[in-house]
Design a protein around this ligand. Structure first.
Ligand code: FAD
Length: 394
């Protein structure tokens, strides 16, 4: 019978990989395991929080992927047996595989920040997986009185989409400036510097003067615990009370990676970067946010790029031919206000267990630029989202 590949997780990584596998070799039996019938994308979800976009613009179904010949199983994977090579499903049945691709994205580490457990997310949303959490944060901002303080707690790296907290602060400021201009945003940051910092800080001065304050790690920015009853964020240097608290907690690979034995003590998955093969479990490949990626960012663009490269590797291994060495691309746009964005991009190649940036491949928008360039990058960001979601979901 034809070789069976099971992919766990129907996000940017898993959905792209399942499609690419069928495209490369239509004889493969490809099954995509994903509990949600509709995927809600994180890129541009900060615009939903700011009231600039409807959540429906973030949502995608799996019909076109099914039409490409991928079997969709609308259930959560609950276990993986690497010896028997089966994936256990929530309804108690199981799926056999020859090769398994894990693309479960992230889970929150509810053991890492005292007070911030699963129940706390209903009071202090993370909104770091898009959907209900995105809408909850939006409603809290709408309900807040003018003059309130919105506090964002940002973790140390590694976490999903390093620049996204700062894009979020910018777009929340966009909303508050128009509707609640006496309000403030406080970023409590568990690191000292962040990506595209000079570009963000310059834009904040220009568009949101005096509205956004950031406390870096060295000045007491790291949140060490939270108290949901009073909406308080605690640091070693003092307490901060929030009208709206957006707590982005430390993260790890989606829990099924741990259940499969593919995550190490860091919580993320070590791989041989040339083949995406797990360093811990045979016949399993890991892609997307779940991997220890080195310089490759935890971004949708990198996840989709890894997905296509991994599909090629898996198809080659099944055919018994040597796989090609992958090059991964990552592009990240940051939107500060309507018609104003900047970006960062790079190419990455495997060096042993991680991806390293290809010398000279990196691009960062200039700190000083005409507004035309920012406008052009805002247009390019929209085009990027359209392209990646069509490529992923059809
Ligand atoms: P996901 O896309 O999260 O997909 C994982 C899937 O696995 C989910 O559908 C989940 O339901 C499923 N899953 C999990 N466990 C199981 C299980 N046990 N069984 C079955 N299925 C399971 N990236 C960019 O490139 N550009 C941006 O502008 C950008 N902006 C962002 C803004 C925000 C606010 C955030 C939070 C992220 C942003 N990102 C951006 C990052 C991007 O969303 C992620 O890097 C990307 O989604 C990673 O893809 P993935 O496939 O690894 O995980």
């Amino acid at each position: 019978s034809s070789p069976r590949v099971v992919v766990i997780g129907g996000g940017f990584g898993g959905a792209s990989c399942a499609r690419a596998l069928r495209k490369i070799n239509p004889k493969l039996q490809v099954t995509l395991v994903e509990p949600n019938r509709v995927f809600t994308a994180c890129p541009f979800s900060n615009e939903v929080i700011a009231g600039l976009r409807d959540i429906e613009a973030q949502q995608f179904g799996y019909e076109k992927i099914a039409a490409n010949g991928v079997s969709i199983v609308a259930q959560a994977a609950t276990k993986v047996d690497p010896q028997a090579r089966t994936v256990g499903l929530a309804d108690g049945t199981s799926l056999p595989y020859d090769r398994l691709v894990l693309a479960p994205g992230i889970d929150m580490r509810f053991d890492a920040l005292p007070g911030y457990d699963e129940a706390a997310t209903a009071k202090m949303p993370h909104a770091w997986k898009a959907g209900e959490q995105t809408l909850l944060l939006r409603r809290q901002l709408e309900a807040m009185e003018d003059g309130g303080t919105v506090v964002l707690a940002v973790p140390a790296t590694p976490y999903r989409c390093p620049p996204a907290p700062y894009e979020r602060a910018s777009l929340i400021a966009h909303y508050l400036k128009a509707r609640k201009p006496r309000s403030k945003i406080l970023i409590l940051d568990a690191k000292d510097t962040f990506s595209q910092q000079r570009l963000f800080e310059k834009a904040w001065k220009e568009f949101y003067p005096g509205m956004i304050e950031r406390i870096p790690l060295s000045q007491g920015g790291r949140v060490v615990s939270v108290e949901t009853a009073t909406n308080t964020l605690v640091t070693d240097f003092g307490n901060h009370d929030a009208q709206v608290a957006n707590v982005i907690p430390p993260q790890k690979a989606g829990n099924i990676a741990n259940l499969a034995g593919a995550a190490d003590k860091t919580g993320w998955c070590p791989i041989d970067a040339a083949t995406f093969a797990s360093k811990l479990v045979p016949n399993i490949h890991v892609i997307g946010d779940a991997v220890i990626g080195g310089n490759a960012p935890k971004s949708a663009s990198a996840a989709a790029s890894e997905a296509k490269a991994c599909a090629a590797v898996v198809a080659s291994l099944i055919a018994g031919s040597p796989p090609e060495r992958p090059t991964i691309e990552g592009t990240c746009y940051n939107i500060v206000t309507t018609g104003y964005a900047f970006s960062q991009a790079g190419n990455y190649q495997p060096r042993d267990d991680i991806f390293v940036e290809v010398m000279g491949s990196g691009f960062t928008s200039p700190v000083h630029a005409q507004s035309e360039l920012r406008q052009r990058e805002a247009d390019q960001a929209q085009a990027w989202f359209k392209t990646i979601t069509v490529e992923t979901f059809g």
